[in-house]
Design a protein around this ligand. Structure first.
Ligand code: ZN
Length: 177
């Protein structure tokens, strides 16, 4: 089901109670769509945004390993300054960074088969980062010796070039909205 990107309806997850952090790609076609999507979660001016070419893939790819450090250093600042409790990983279709980092075979076409393969690839990288964020948060709690901070929920999404969004939830189980 596709609904207006500003709508709060049909969002199959609990709303963020506190501040959030959004990881997005740099893609210039989607800047306004990201703002509208966050507005639909009542998060206007309540989220930090980190922009990496390729979003989750960008953070975890091995070509520029410093990007991973940059992400987690900023995540720490977001948590410690703004009490962030929700991290949104926003992947997107037709992502040039996937071709840049992974090669031409990751330039997916618009056939149902191509779209499905694209979603599988994005889910894979989003979940790798999600698991790395959870591991990082557990480590930070251990180092800090208390568990008031770093109680993070990570949600992964896939936006198309129209700005419509799918929640990448459990493996193979997705929701359009
Ligand atoms: Zn992109």
């Amino acid at each position: 089901m596709e609904v207006h990107r500003r709508s709060t309806a049909h969002r199959p997850y609990p709303p963020a109670r506190k501040n959030a952090l959004l990881l997005s790609c740099m893609d210039l076609r989607l800047i306004d769509d990201l703002v509208h999507f966050m507005e639909g979660d009542n998060l206007t001016n309540r989220y930090d945004q980190l922009v990496f070419a390729g979003a989750a893939l960008g953070v975890m790819q091995p070509k520029h390993q410093s990007w991973r450090d940059v992400f987690f250093q900023h995540l720490d600042i977001a948590v410690e300054l703004h009490g962030v409790q929700d991290v949104y990983i926003m992947e997107h279709r037709n992502c040039g960074a996937y071709v840049h980092f992974l090669g031409e075979q990751f330039d997916f076409d618009d056939t149902p088969l191509g779209q499905a393969a694209e979603e599988v690839e994005h889910r894979k990288h989003a979940f790798v980062l999600r698991d790395a964020i959870y591991a990082h948060c557990e480590e930070r709690k251990r180092i800090l010796g208390d568990d008031k901070l770093y109680n993070i929920t990570v949600r992964s999404f896939l936006m198309d070039i129209r700005g419509s969004v799918r929640l990448l939830d459990l493996d193979g189980e997705n929701y359009d909205f």
